[in-house]
Design a protein around this ligand. Structure first.
Ligand code: ADP
Length: 229
């Protein structure tokens, strides 16, 4: 992995102008930084801008103003194809819904991030197999998502998100569909692997219990970020 020594989000704002209505301010002057090995929870009520913030950090959405720097790179200065390649290589996503491809096996799903660069080579396959083992799915590697429980699907999604050892791991309500015990297992796995890979992780969660397990907590309230500790 090319060293990505920090994530710096500075003065991010997101505003929607809809017709003659007042502009909708979704994010207001949001700034924060992360370093390799750090993780942070983002909590806040529904509609406070959490998913919007995560989408901007993940370069899936653009801010109205402000900047994001991942290492030396300002992703919003990249061309669309360069940005897609950058995102695929350096950013891993885990969503509430696993977004696994139903027709593919666990192993094939975990290898998907390599396909943008062509075929997965032997090293990629070996690393994917080792991650599948780490997330506890070794005996399920040739199963399809419909044959897995909710927690197992999320384990496969975590292996897929981490298979390219991303600089930045973004998780949007990764335990939103899981029971409390499974949620705890999934967050444990995310933290363990993120720290091991020394990636930076942002987890959006409604769960105070899961948020409390992160190194830092940030709260979004009507688009404004307050650091809680
Ligand atoms: P959260 O993840 O905290 O629930 P979101 O980031 O999903 O919040 O949404 C924040 C607010 O932004 C919501 O009020 C939502 O309706 C609004 N919003 C999101 N996308 C759009 C859009 N394309 N146009 C207008 N408003 C939007």
């Amino acid at each position: 992995m090319v060293p990505m020594n920090s994530l710096i989000a500075a003065h991010l704002s997101k505003t929607y102008h809809s017709g003659t209505d007042h502009p909708l301010e979704i994010l207001v002057d949001v700034s924060f930084t992360l370093e390799p090995g750090e993780n942070v929870a983002v909590v806040g009520p529904s509609g406070s801008g959490k998913s919007t913030l995560l989408a901007i950090l993940g370069t899936l959405d653009t801010p109205t103003s402000g900047s994001v720097a991942l290492g030396e790179v300002d992703p919003f200065q990249l061309s669309e194809p360069a940005l897609a390649a950058f995102r695929n290589r350096y950013i891993g996503f885990v969503f509430q819904d696993h977004h696994l491809l139903p027709q593919c096996t666990v192993l094939e799903n975990v290898l998907v991030p390599f396909l943008a660069d062509g075929k997965a080579d032997a090293d990629a396959i070996a690393y994917a197999e080792s991650l599948i083992q780490r997330v506890g799915l070794a005996d399920r590697r040739l199963h399809r998502p419909s044959q897995l429980s909710g927690g197992e699907k999320q384990r496969a999604a975590i292996a897929r998100a981490l298979v390219r050892q991303p600089a930045l791991l973004l998780a949007d309500e990764p335990t939103g569909n899981l029971d409390a015990a499974t949620a705890t297992e999934i967050i444990s796995l995310l933290i363990e692997l993120q720290i091991e890979q020394r990636s930076m992780m942002v987890v959006v969660t409604h769960s105070e219990v899961q948020a409390a397990r992160m190194q830092r907590r940030e709260r979004l309230d009507a688009g404004r970020l307050e650091t809680r500790e």
